[in-house]
Design a protein around this ligand. Structure first.
Ligand SMILES: [Zn+2]
Ligand SMILES: [Zn+2]
Length: 255
């Protein structure tokens, strides 16, 4: 059975990704309003009722802002770490909460989901590798530093969605206040293009067929800079690297 995936949108104004194996579809993060989420799902040919679960990376609004409302409206279970679960609304029904351990793989029907912890300024943040038992999709969109653990988890994947948040020069010369510049570029902030390149260079890539730059800052990055960093690291042609956008995400791909 094929592993397919698509992005509903990627960036600091909202994130959402759908992974599919057979009839199982899982959404990773939901940073959109209820109506917007529905419209974005429709664009990729899905109805909310087709989502079997929502897995959450961390509590920041661009990832979790739309989770509770969406899950509640369609009675969809939410998978998240205990630290992250503290950010659900107090009246969110416990029956829809699935607390996960950040080191323990779990299954949602036909999809295997492997969480792994990342350094980011949130409470118990994780990112995920998805698998149908054959192909693997690794996603990392919010992390300040590349750890050895992250390199191990993302090695050997068929498909990678990797944060290219900022170009360090654009960030430093740009309009952000100094404190925010330090937060974004710090150990618990976001990966720069060159950090992402170093991550890709460090990975075992013999099975890699999809490389996607994600979570680009609209203020402090340009798509061509992210693409240049990733293809230099992977030793591939620029048109082989795809960029996830805030409005459109990216279309369905098969891992
Ligand atoms: Zn984010
Ligand atoms: Zn974040």
């Amino acid at each position: 059975m094929a592993l397919r995936f698509t992005s509903l949108g990627s960036g600091s104004s909202g994130n959402g990704l759908v992974v599919e194996s057979g009839e199982t579809r899982v959404m990773m993060d939901c940073g959109f309003t209820l109506g917007d989420t529905k419209a974005r799902l429709e664009r990729v040919g899905l109805k909310p009722s087709q989502i079997a679960g929502v897995v959450v990376t961390h509590e920041h609004d661009d990832h979790m802002g739309g989770v509770a409302r969406f899950a509640l409206r369609y009675a969809i279970p939410v998978y998240l770490t205990r630290g992250c679960s503290q950010w659900l609304p107090a009246d969110f029904p416990a029956v829809l909460v699935r607390c996960i351990d950040s080191h323990t793989p779990f299954a949602i029907d036909a999809l295997q989901v492997e969480p792994f912890p990342v350094p980011h300024d949130a409470r118990e943040p994780v990112q995920y590798v998805f698998s149908d038992g054959d192909a693997r999709l690794g996603v990392v969109t919010d992390l300040g530093t590349v750890t050895q653990h992250v390199v191990e988890k993302l090695s050997g994947c068929e498909a990678l969605v990797i944060e290219c948040n900022h170009d360090l020069d654009m960030l430093m010369e740009g309009p952000y206040p100094v404190s925010l510049k330090h937060r974004v570029s710090g150990r618990f902030g976001h990966l720069s293009n060159s950090d992402a390149g170093q991550l890709v260079a460090a990975l075992e890539r013999s099975r890699l067929r999809h490389l996607i730059a994600a979570h680009l800052s609209q203020q402090n990055n340009r798509p061509e800079l992210a693409v240049r960093a990733l293809c230099a690291a992977a030793g591939c042609e620029p048109d082989w690297v795809c960029v996830a956008t805030q409005d459109e995400g990216f279309a369905w791909r098969e891992a």
